[in-house]
Design a protein around this ligand. Structure first.
Ligand SMILES: Nc1ncnc2c1ncn2[C@@H]1O[C@H](COP(=O)(O)OP(=O)(O)OP(=O)(O)O)[C@@H](O)[C@H]1O
Ligand SMILES: [Mg+2]
Length: 324
């Protein structure tokens, strides 16, 4: 598989504070990757960095390569094209990212029209066709409505349309269904996945929900304190975690098929700037040894996956038992 996006040793700083600390992950062409981790681990900032959309004052370093092009060194014009047509972002809360005074039609089409990708009439027709693809039957009528006239689930479908219209090769979806009612969450997720698969697009899907991510993606990257502690094929990673944090996340999820006691990961997640020199998970890890407190474990290959744990080889068997 061709690598479409490669993030290598990404760091995000706010003055002397480290918010993302050496995150590395790749997304292949037509591949779906889940980026999973607890709140504050740096998932959203990593995505924002990959789109060069970090808030003012935050600085990214390391390497972000999209289809052979270095995103962090793109000049204005290249960057505008990259953001307008190579990648797209679907946010958690659609209402926070849509101008309430513009119609749905204006919102959906303005990007491709402003950048000269499509004339207005063509954009309108293409948007209506996409609206139907995502299950919005009365597309023409909806295009003339305002955001407050649409439910959250419908508005998130509109966001999917807006993201797909320019034909981006990679879609970043940052908790795209968390703000919706439970009843529409799975519907919207299914629509997003169907559209991405049908069009052979790539997806980087951010979520707290390891089970959901595993169910809908090809590969997973598990983030902790601003760094990726384990990556691998979704099935393998869930069946046989190699990092104690991944195993902890797996044990703390409810099972739909079995009754068992949930085991929360003790302690609280730390932000990257509080992680200290050793393994960032060491303070909460049942398997931590002295070197885990003092030496940052390098990321290395094991069983066709990448893991950053000093004890990954010796622990693999017992971690699997703990989650099975
Ligand atoms: N604009 C900002 N200025 C300063 N610190 C920030 C800013 N945005 C995020 N942070 C901090 O950076 C760290 C990573 O934040 P980020 O939003 O990427 O986390 P996340 O993994 O997306 O969490 P969540 O699951 O809650 O969305 C956190 O400690 C957060 O407080
Ligand atoms: Mg976030």
């Amino acid at each position: 598989m061709n690598t479409l996006l490669a993030v290598r040793e990404l760091q995000v700083h706010l003055a002397d504070r480290t918010l993302v600390d050496g995150a590395s992950l790749t997304v292949g062409t037509a591949e779906s990757v889940g980026l999973v981790g607890e709140s504050g681990s740096g998932k959203s900032l990593s995505i924002k960095a990959a789109m060069r959309l970090l808030p003012r004052g935050l600085k990214a370093s390391g390497e972000i390569v999209f289809d052979g092009e270095n995103v962090l060194s793109m000049a204005r014009k290249e960057l505008a094209r990259y953001r307008a047509s190579d990648v797209a972002l679907i946010h958690q809360d659609p209402r926070a990212h849509i101008n309430p005074s513009r119609t749905i039609g204006q919102f959906v089409t303005e990007g491709v029209v402003d950048t000269g990708q499509m004339p207005a009439a063509e954009a309108w027709d293409a948007a209506c066709a996409l609206m139907r693809d995502v299950g919005i039957g009365d597309a023409e009528r909806r295009m003339h409505q305002y955001p407050h006239q649409l439910s959250g689930g419908l508005l998130q479908r509109v966001m999917i349309v807006a993201a797909l219209l320019p034909g981006p090769r990679l879609i970043f979806a940052d908790e795209p269904t968390t703000a919706l009612d439970v009843t529409v969450q799975s519907e919207v997720m299914a629509i997003l996945l169907e559209q991405i698969r049908e069009r052979d697009r790539s997806l980087l899907f951010v979520t707290h929900d390891l089970d959901l991510a595993a169910a809908v993606t090809d590969r997973l990257a598990v983030m902790y304190a601003g760094t990726i502690v384990e990556t691998g094929r979704s099935e393998d990673l869930c069946a046989r975690p190699l990092h104690p944090y991944t195993a902890g996340l797996l044990r703390s999820r409810p099972s739909a098929t079995r009754v068992r006691r949930l085991q929360a990961i003790p302690g609280r997640p730390v932000p990257a700037y509080e992680a200290g020199p050793g393994c960032p998970f060491s303070a909460r890890c049942a398997f931590a040894e002295d070197r885990c407190q003092t030496e940052r474990p390098p990321r290395r290959e094991l069983e066709g996956r990448e893991v950053a744990c000093h004890r990954a080889e010796e622990l693999a068997g017992s971690l699997r038992e703990r989650v099975s």
